[in-house]
Design a protein around this ligand. Structure first.
Ligand code: PGA
Length: 260
């Protein structure tokens, strides 16, 4: 696990974009893992800018989203399938059919979870998985108490997450209670886990994920178990880290030949 604390959220976005760009330019068949939420928005803006201004191509890539609300009607703007199109993939040369997510309106939700998990396996797995972190320590929609070995399944959101996400809806009561989400075991199989957190409201969760115990009570603590995890924080999100000085020393002395 590598923890990198950068001055601003824009710096976090640029460094994360560098990781994606390297994958896109070195792999003939890159598979991206995309997250929704506010945290990756500056990263997605940067990827769109590089596509438009620098010709960064996604035409050969495929992508999987992490999670989806259950029961939002077709055409609802907060379905994550719509959010990721609006915020990223519509603005790239990624083929629409190359972007997949779990279908939260399936008549067979349990079957849909199995199908989605298998589709990631069939694609050869996710190469770089982008995630945020919830203020309760969740990753994707794996709430505290999630099995560390879990795969894609139905989960029930807790009150804190529904309150956090109420900013996208008319009220907390309108935030769906149920979701489909990749499991912690699914995320652990990704080739490179890139966890992003920005802003002081994530400082406590980020510190628990990175420096607390590996525990289902803080699902994002799987960054400690993943064989190749990079945690990118801005100053505010890194403020509660105990070993911040050491992480800064590692970053300042990183060998130039060592990729992220
Ligand atoms: P946010 O959500 O990026 O909107 O803060 C993160 C998450 O819930 O994983």
């Amino acid at each position: 696990m590598e923890v990198i604390v950068l001055p601003t959220a824009a710096d976090v976005a640029r460094l994360a974009a560098d990781v994606i760009e390297r994958l896109l330019t070195t792999s003939p068949d890159p598979v991206l893992g995309l997250a929704t939420g506010s945290t990756p928005e500056p990263l997605y803006q940067e990827l769109i800018r590089r596509h438009r201004e620098e010709g960064l191509s996604f035409a050969h890539a495929r992508a999987f989203t992490l999670d989806e609300y259950v029961g939002l009607p077709a055409g609802h703007p907060e379905r994550y399938a719509a959010v990721i199109r609006r915020g990223l993939t519509d603005h790239l040369d990624l083929k629409p059919e190359a972007v997949q997510g779990p279908d939260g309106s399936s008549a067979d939700l349990l079957g849909e979870c199995t199908r989605y998990e298998q589709s990631i396996v069939d694609a050869g797995g996710v190469d770089v998985q982008i995630t945020g972190i919830g203020s309760d320590g969740h990753i994707a929609f794996n709430e505290p108490g999630s099995s560390l070995a879990s795969i894609t399944r139905l989960k029930t959101l807790n009150a804190l997450t529904r309150a956090d996400n109420s900013r996208f809806f008319s009220s907390a009561a309108d935030v769906p209670r149920h979701v489909l989400t990749q499991g912690l075991g699914t995320i652990l199989r990704s080739g490179h886990l890139l966890l992003l957190a920005t802003g002081g409201s994530k400082a406590d969760a980020a510190a628990r994920a990175v420096e607390g115990p590996l525990t289902a009570s803080c699902p994002a603590s799987i960054v400690q178990l993943h064989p190749h995890a990079t945690v990118l924080l801005d100053q505010a999100a890194g403020a509660a880290l105990e070993h911040g000085e050491y992480y800064a020393e590692v970053w300042a002395n990183r060998p130039v030949w060592q990729p992220l």
